[in-house]
Design a protein around this ligand. Structure first.
Ligand code: NAG
Ligand code: NAG
Length: 445
């Protein structure tokens, strides 16, 4: 497989910036992500079949169109064409906000010569290494948004297709806001007359929060220097059909004597057990499962179009042997309880405590013996028609990847789910030979 060839790298600004610089304050949910990486997700499309494209044989018109439609989309999403700004205070603290100054987003045009869609999708669900180079700003941490673009798009030409990869600073968006932007851009690009609701830009704070929130400078500096060496990892995409998910759900609910366990809780429990079974761990070792719970549906004050981070992390801890001795139903019930106990009071308590005593996440802390789920089967992936048809698949970049990162996507067929598991190659290989796990999986798309 060939490498990547960069054609151009330009800055795109909002078409109609009001000229007035707006300031968006950041919440604890945003600020805790200062030291980690961005959200990187991208879509693969078959090659557009416009007559003009066939004539010229290249992508010039498409690139121009994407560039222009992006510029119009930025009119609705001013934070994405801004930069982070920081202020140092006398008491050795620092604070951050988003300066909507229209400094611009990065737009990269590249080509992967000789690479086809099936090269990307077919190797048994294994994600080829080249996919990471379909994303711009790899390795950039969120605090670097003071000088790096908060949004960077890369359009990569393949032999028979096109990959649109987006890297967005995680302090600016969570998954919901990331796809809100992507969906909106697709709507503008295809000339939709009914645009979705625009984002609500002002962040939400508890009454009485002193803004901006101050963070001790030492925290930011100290973990800056923490060197995190990643073990060699691979990503593999497993497809779960609607029928297989329904079976897992029925099994989990029957075992736990309830009907409350969701499809996703049953599926993630199945994955957690399979991963741990296939790692050689001490039975008494403590393991964690971390999941994110959406705050938008819980807090009445937050509309669905709230732009920013509105997710609360929760985790389950148990010993290896406890996980493996229990049935699927008990594990899934623990997940169900974790989600059910993220009450409004608990969310508010987290925000209050964090403001008084900030805690920053780091790659090291995210990765310690934990499986972490990100993304959601609710996000609209396959509706992203930019004017020449729907995408055929979604892939993610290297941002925030560690041994145990489980990324969940809606599958192409209604009700199906794709799980992208990022693990050590040995674990992935062992899982492929684990009949109990494979029973529920259809590898490759
Ligand atoms: C995208 O548009 C901007 C103007 O908004 C222009 O400066 C830039 O060259 C364009 N990039 C490409 C790749 O066409
Ligand atoms: C993976 O799990 C299966 C099923 O429990 C087990 O038979 C197999 O030994 C495991 N593989 C490794 C390498 O642990």
């Amino acid at each position: 497989m060939g490498g990547i060839r960069y054609i151009s790298s330009t800055i795109v600004q909002a078409a109609n910036h009001k000229g007035k610089t707006e300031r968006v304050e950041l919440t604890p949910w945003d600020l805790q992500l200062l030291l980690v990486g961005s959200i990187q997700k991208g879509l693969i499309f078959p090659k557009p079949k416009q007559p003009q494209e066939r004539q010229t044989g290249n992508y010039t018109l498409i690139i121009h169109h994407l560039n222009t439609s992006l510029s119009h989309t930025l009119d609705y999403f001013p934070p994405l064409s801004g930069r982070l700004a920081s202020t140092e205070h006398d008491d050795d603290t620092i604070s951050f906000f988003i300066d909507c100054n229209n400094a611009g987003a990065l737009f990269v045009h590249a080509a992967a010569d000789g690479v086809t869609i099936s090269d990307i999708l077919e190797p048994g669900g294994y994600v080829p290494h080249i996919v990471h180079s379909f994303f711009p700003l790899n390795g950039v941490k969120n605090y670097e948004g003071t000088f790096q673009p908060l949004l960077a798009v890369q359009v990569t030409e393949l032999v028979d297709g096109i990959f649109i990869g987006c890297t967005i600073n995680h302090m600016v968006v969570d998954g919901t806001s990331f796809w809100h932007f992507f969906n909106f851009w697709a709507e503008i690009s295809r000339g939709s007359v009914h645009l979705s609701k625009p984002p609500v830009l002002q962040r939400w704070f508890l009454d009485g929060t002193d803004l901006p929130i101050h963070i001790p400078q030492a925290y930011v500096k100290q973990v800056h220097e923490e060197l995190f060496t990643r073990p060699p990892l691979r990503e593999r995409v497993c497809h779960f059909t609607k029928e297989n998910i329904a079976k897992l759900k029925a099994k989990a609910n029957a075992e736990a004597g309830t009907d409350k366990i969701s499809s996703l809780q049953a599926l993630l429990s199945h994955i957690w057990q399979s991963v741990i079974r296939n790692k050689t761990l001490d039975p008494n070792e403590e393991i964690n499962y971390r999941m994110l719970v959406g705050a938008r549906p819980r807090l009445n004050e937050l509309p669905e179009q709230y732009f920013g981070n509105a997710v609360q992390a929760g985790s389950i801890t148990m010993k290896v042997k406890e996980l493996l001795e229990q049935g699927l139903g008990n594990v899934a019930w623990e997940m169900n309880r974790l989600v059910a106990t993220q009450t409004v009071e608990k969310l508010k308590k987290f925000l209050e405590d964090w403001t008084a005593s900030p805690k920053l996440m780091s790659m090291g802390s995210m990765a310690s013996n934990a499986l972490v789920t990100s993304s959601s089967p609710w996000f609209n992936i396959y509706g992203n028609d930019f004017g020449w048809g729907r995408p055929v698949a979604v892939r993610s970049g290297c941002g925030n990847k560690h041994d145990g990162k489980i990324t969940v996507f809606r599958g192409v067929e209604e009700g199906s789910i794709d799980i992208e598991a990022c693990l050590c190659p040995d674990t992935l290989e062992a899982m492929a030979n684990d009949e109990e796990f494979m029973e529920a999986v259809t590898i490759s798309i």
